[in-house]
Design a binder for this molecule. Structure first.
Ligand code: NCD
Length: 337
C-alpha cells in the first residue's frame, strides 16, 4: 500500500521494477519496498563521496561516456542542480531538457518525448513530474539499458531527498535505532514526507511522528507506521530530529488554512518551541524555506539547523545512486584509487 493522495491507494510499485534479478539497483523510483541493506549501501557509498576534501577537483570516471538527461517537468533549484553536479563529478555528459521550450508544449506525448531522447543514446533519465508515478511509467516503457531516477513525482515520492536526509541524520546521530523523528507541516501534499517515513521505518528508528493541522494530514497516514499529532507542543516533546516542511500552496485546492500568520503561531518552529525537543536535536528542511511561515529565521539559521548540510549531501547521495544504477563493477577501486 502507498499513500499518494488524501487516502491510501493500493498498487505500490513492485520492488522488482527497481532491482535487477541479482538485487542491484536498476531504477530509483521509490523507497517503499527496498531493503535496509540497499539503503545502507547508498548511505555508505555517499559517505565515501562526502569525505573527499571540499576543494577537491577530482572527478571520478565512473560515468565516463554515459549521457544523463534531466527531465524536470516541475520547478526545482536544489534537486536539479545537485543532480547536474553529481553527474559532472562522475564524468557523465548531462543535458537539461528545457521543458517549457520543448515540443512537450506543442502537444508531444511523454512517451514520444522519451522515444526521441532514447534515439539520442542516453543512459539515464532523471525525472521530476507533477503526476505521481510518471517516473514509474517511463521506467516501464523505456529501453532496457536505461535507468530512471525519480526526482519527485506529485505527492508520491522523492527518494533521493529522503536518502540525503538519512545521510544527514546519520552524520549527527550514533544510529537510527532509538531515534524519535518528528515531521511537521504540510504532510498531505509532501512527497518528501512519504519517502522519509519509508526510509526511517526501514532503517529502524524508534518512532516517526507526523505533526500537522487536520486539513494537512492525509487520511490513513497511521497505516504507514507513524504517530499522528495535531499539537506541535505535544509532538515535539523529546524528539531527536525535527523536520520542517513548506506549505505546498501550489497543490492546495480551496482554503485549507486560516492565514499564514495563524499557521505560524500554531505550527511555526520558533526557538521557544524547539526547546521542547532534546537539547541536541537537529533541525532539517528540504527547502525551499518559507521564513516566518513554517520556521523562524533564528531557527533556520541557528546552531541546531543542518539545512545547508542537507543541500551539500544532495550531491554525494545523487552521485551514489547514479553510480549504483550504472553498475558497481570496479567501483570501489575507482573511488579509492
Ligand atoms: C521539495 C520538493 O520539491 O518536493 N523540495 C526539494 O526537492 N528540495 C519540497 C518542496 O517543494 O516543498
Amino acid at each position: 500500500m502507498s499513500i499518494t493522495n488524501e487516502k491510501l491507494v493500493p498498487g505500490a510499485l513492485p520492488a522488482s521494477l527497481q532491482l535487477t534479478q541479482d538485487g542491484q539497483l536498476k531504477h530509483f523510483l521509490d523507497i517503499e519496498g527496498l531493503p535496509k541493506s540497499l539503503l545502507t549501501q547508498i548511505l555508505d557509498r555517499a559517505e565515501q563521496f562526502v569525505t573527499l576534501p571540499s576543494n577537491t577537483q577530482k572527478k571520478f570516471p565512473l560515468l565516463r561516456g554515459r549521457t544523463v538527461m534531466n527531465l524536470f517537468f516541475e520547478n526545482s533549484t536544489r534537486t536539479r542542480i545537485t543532480f547536474e553536479l553529481a553527474a559532472q563529478r562522475l564524468s557523465a555528459d548531462i543535458v537539461n531538457l528545457d521543458i517549457r521550450n520543448s515540443s512537450a508544449s506543442k502537444g508531444e506525448s511523454l512517451l514520444d518525448t522519451i522515444r526521441n531522447l532514447e534515439a539520442m543514446n542516453c543512459d539515464m533519465f532523471v525525472v521530476r513530474h507533477h503526476h505521481s508515478s510518471a517516473p514509474h511509467f517511463i521506467a516501464r516503457h523505456c529501453a532496457p539499458h536505461i535507468s530512471v531516477l525519480n526526482a519527485g513525482d506529485g505527492y508520491h515520492a522523492h527518494p533521493t531527498q529522503a536518502m540525503l536526509d538519512m545521510l544527514t541524520i546519520r552524520q549527527h546521530k550514533q544510529s537510527f535505532e532509538g531515534l524519535v523523528v518528528a515531521i511537521n507541516g504540510d504532510i498531505r501534499h509532501s512527497r518528501v514526507a512519504r519517502s522519509q517515513i519509508h526510509a526511517l521505518n526501514t532503517l529502524g528508528v524508534k518512532e516517526v511522528r507526523v505533526i500537522a493541522p487536520g486539513t494537512l494530514m492525509p487520511v490513513g497516514i497511521e497505516e504507514m507506521g507513524v504517530k499522528v499529532f495535531t499539537s506541535m507542543d505535544e509532538g515535539l516533546k523529546d524528539v531527536d530530529v525535527v523536520v520542517m516542511l513548506r506549505l505546498q500552496k501550489e497543490r492546495m485546492r480551496g482554503a485549507m488554512l486560516p492565514s499564514e500568520k495563524e499557521y505560524f503561531s500554531m505550527y511555526g518552529l520558533t526557538e521557544k518551541r524547539l526547546k521542547l525537543a532534546k537539547p541536541d536535536a537537529i533541525v532539517m528542511h528540504p527547502g525551499p524555506v518559507n521564513r516566518g511561515v513554517e520556521i523562524d529565521s533564528s531557527v533556520a539559521d541557528g546552531p541546531q539547523s543542518v539545512i545547508m548540510q542537507q543541500v551539500t549531501n544532495g550531491i554525494a547521495v545523487r552521485m551514489a545512486v547514479m553510480s549504483m544504477v550504472m553498475g558497481t563493477r570496479a567501483m570501489e577501486q575507482q573511488i579509492n584509487g
